[in-house]
Design a protein around this ligand. Structure first.
Ligand code: GDP
Length: 494
């Protein structure tokens, strides 16, 4: 355990101010109740309303989730209803209202960071709309996380028909094809099928889908199984939806701590991942006076030379006094220049990157001589996978370990546009220094900017009002929403 024993492990800490429920078997998920020994106490308290919503959701999940009688009944109902109706007819039936339990099936897209931020958003959407969240975790997500909800599972059962959505009708096709053409027809006047797929994985070119509008949310209420595919942190759109905003505001009094709470509530590293995280922390980070996390994500490695990235990183770190320069005039490290300074300060640096060179370069730089401040710098890089790998759970565990270790740092430098960094900053409640996103061999000043909040950026927020009219800066016209510093189209809570 960490040497920081000034912090006594009160029950208060252990349950993260009531965020976490009691009653779990601790040995099956050590991280759930040990993380507080590694992380500084949070500056953000979850609201009593959020806590009550979570406890209610847990009861609901147990009652309607897999293995429950209600789940079996709901699934049988869907099968009968679907066999009676051709799926092109939006036949509606009173039986649907008898189905007490409704579901939100989350489907992955892209890397682990993208997945985690979109699961967090999907969870809140499920809470707001009284749906059970089930995640479609394939083998590549095996062994990453503990079950978040006591007495049940959030994994979509193997025998579920919703592992595949090939023949499922899509929200997009209904909104765009039908509602647009029949001008005076809104989605709430349509009868939606019992099972519907919605793509919330926006791209620049996508037309507006009015997911943030009450009339569409009203129509979606009738869908029993909603399958959502997303890589986005669409939480800001939940604040924009009139019928959700009251609940959202009451749950989250501090708008810059939504992911901080939801992420720490949902994502508990498995014992395997936690073993790696805690061993690394104990060995290299526990004794440091300050922990610095550097996340170096290069999206186009063939066009962006490592030296350019290194220069940018060092310029950011030294100009903002995150890391000291090396005293090249005094390579022997004579003590004279260090006397009277904070020469015993030990800074541990965690480098997270696919490429080993960043950690190696930094380490060898600090071996060249003493630092001008006298601080002692130690550099550690937990992994270097070389490239993003798909369908590989061992690779994903390494990614989780890196994100988590970054989140345990005191100061964080992240890369623009990277959801990997968003998870780390959100867990830690840290406002990172955002490195400028290089596209090729350029230099940029300033090399980094201090971010305004630990929230993830929602890259593709809605652009139009619910009456269909586009509005310039639509997303940022809402309270607590700001343009992301790393993407002008994006919006983030702060
Ligand atoms: P984003 O693409 O930066 O937004 O982040 P994602 O997490 O969605 O996708 C990037 C994926 O590449 C990660 O999930 C990892 O699989 C891999 N990856 C990228 N950077 C790192 C890193 O620093 N460490 C590790 N272990 N994996 C990384």
């Amino acid at each position: 355990l960490p040497t920081n024993d000034s912090k006594n492990s009160t029950t208060h800490d252990k349950f993260l101010d009531g965020l976490l429920a009691s009653g779990f078997d601790e040995s099956t998920c050590l991280s759930r109740y040990q993380s507080h020994l590694y992380r500084k106490p949070s500056n953000h308290k979850p609201s009593p309303y959020l806590i009550s919503k979570l406890r209610n959701y847990e009861e609901f999940h147990k009652r309607c989730g897999p293995n429950s009688r209600a789940y079996k009944i709901a699934m049988q109902k869907i099968t009968t209803l679907s066999s009676k109706t051709h799926h092109h007819q939006h036949h509606h039936n009173d039986n649907v209202d008898a189905a007490k339990c409704k579901y939100l099936v989350w489907t992955p897209a892209n890397g682990l960071g993208n997945r985690m931020i979109s699961i967090a958003a999907a969870f809140l959407f499920a809470v707001l709309t009284d749906r059970v969240l089930l995640v479609r975790f394939e083998a590549d997500m095996n062994g990453l996380f503990c079950e978040p909800f006591h007495g049940s599972t959030w994994i979509l059962p193997m025998n579920s028909p919703f592992w595949n959505h090939e023949n499922v009708e899509t929200y997009q096709s209904i909104v765009l094809a039908k509602v647009d053409k029949a001008r005076n027809l809104t989605l709430d006047q349509l009868l939606l099928p019992y099972v519907l797929f919605i793509n919330l994985q926006h791209t620049k070119e996508d037309p507006e889908i009015f997911f943030h509008c009450d009339h569409n949310q009203e129509a979606l209420k009738k869908v029993i199984v909603l399958i959502v595919q997303s890589d986005q942190y669409f939480v800001p759109s939940l604040f924009m939806t009139p019928s959700f905003s009251h609940d959202m505001n009451k749950m989250f009094l501090e708008k810059d701590a939504v992911f901080h709470h939801v992420g720490r509530y949902l994502f508990h590293p498995s014992n395997e991942a936690w073993g790696q995280i805690s061993k690394f922390y104990d060995a290299y980070l526990a004794k440091a006076d300050e922990r610095i996390g550097l996340q170096i994500r290069v999206f186009r490695p063939t066009f962006t030379p490592q030296q350019a990235v290194m220069d940018l990183l060092l310029s950011c770190a030294t100009s903002n006094k995150i890391l000291p320069e090396v005293d090249t005039r005094n390579p022997a490290g004579t003590t004279a220049s260090n006397v009277g300074r904070n020469n015993h300060t030990l800074k541990a640096v965690v480098v997270a990157s696919l490429y080993p060179e960043y950690g190696e370069n930094l380490r060898s730089m600090y071996l060249k001589g003493p630092t001008i401040t006298g601080e002692v710098i130690r550099v550690y890089q937990p992994s270097h996978e070389e490239k993003q790998k798909f369908n590989d759970n061992v690779h994903n565990i390494k990614a989780l370990v890196d994100m988590y270790l970054l989140s345990l740092c005191d100061v964080l430098v992240t890369s623009s546009l990277s959801t990997f960094g968003y998870v780390a900053q959100g867990f830690g409640g840290l406002k990172p220094w955002l490195l400028y996103g290089l596209v090729s061999n350029e230099t940029h000043f300033p090399p980094c900017l201090r971010d305004l909040s630990p929230e993830p950026c929602y890259h593709f927020p809605p652009q139009r009002q619910c009456n269909g009219n586009p509005k310039e800066h639509f997303a940022t016209s809402f309270p607590h929403m700001f343009e992301c510093k790393d993407y002008y189209r994006g919006v983030k809570l702060g």
